[in-house]
Write a protein that binds this ligand. Structure first.
Ligand SMILES: [Zn+2]
Ligand SMILES: [Zn+2]
Length: 243
């Protein structure tokens, strides 16, 4: 009887507050935030036949081209993959996800990421996410990258840890920063290692998840501190969009 009432209440609530697609407004029958048609129209990077630099995601001229990003930025991570180009639709979706409490978008992104990038993600032993400072997490109520990372981990059955790297400097959002140098200065010394967690990372391949990859200064700063303090084997980066 209680179950029957629960189902009835759910149907009534669904009728009064139907689930609308974030982009086109159509009513969606499931819990997704974006309808299937709009998802298919998103700017997926893998749908292009371009050759991308495996580390920074830049488009390369041909298979023999060499990108000098590793030297130029002194990247501590090995490879990076991003699901989407940072076009207007993705920009809007990520903005809603971060600043308008639409954290359910994270679940959609996790499903998409686990589907298209399963092999890349599964090559790692443990997943972590870019941390927010305690203050920012309190303001927002959630860490979008951590929700995405945790749900990818659940889907692909990989351990997830959100304790290894702490963000103790309350930096201004990178989206408001100017050039590469300013971004580097903002992220420098913003993170620290939680020593209690180190043992579970020794000798492991680590996947670091973030929402947007621009110059990579945040993920690089985290990769640097991990590489210098924790005996990990390798760090790869996974992002939702490449700006
Ligand atoms: Zn739609
Ligand atoms: Zn590159």
């Amino acid at each position: 009887m209680i179950n029957y009432i629960k189902v009835l209440v759910k149907h009534i609530l669904d009728f009064i507050f139907p689930n609308h697609c974030l982009l086109c407004g159509t009513i969606i029958q499931n819990k997704n935030t974006i309808c299937t048609e709009c998802i298919n129209n998103l700017a997926f990077r893998h749908k292009d036949k371009y050759i991308f630099c495996k580390t920074c995601g830049n488009v390369l001229e041909d298979i023999n081209s060499i990108c000098n990003c590793k030297k130029e930025h002194n990247y501590y991570f090995n490879e990076m993959r991003a699901v989407f180009y940072y076009d207007d639709s993705i920009k809007y979706i990520i903005h809603q996800m971060k600043f308008y409490n639409r954290y359910r978008i994270c679940f959609d992104f996790a499903i998409i990421a686990s589907f298209y990038y399963q092999d890349f993600i599964k090559a790692n032993d443990i997943i972590i996410a870019v941390a927010l400072s305690t203050k920012r997490k309190k303001e927002r109520g959630y860490n979008q990258s951590a929700i995405i990372a945790k749900n990818i981990a659940l889907k692909l059955n990989i351990p997830f840890n959100d304790k290894l790297v702490k963000r103790h400097k309350n930096t201004k959002p990178l989206s408001k920063a100017g050039g590469i140098e300013e971004r580097k200065m903002i992220t420098e010394n913003a993170f620290s290692i939680e020593h209690d967690c180190i043992s579970m990372f020794v000798g492991k391949n680590v996947l670091l998840v973030d929402d947007i990859f621009t110059t990579g200064s945040t993920v690089n700063e985290i990769s640097k501190i991990i590489k210098e303090n924790v005996g990990v084997l390798n760090i790869d980066v996974f992002c939702i969009a490449r700006a």
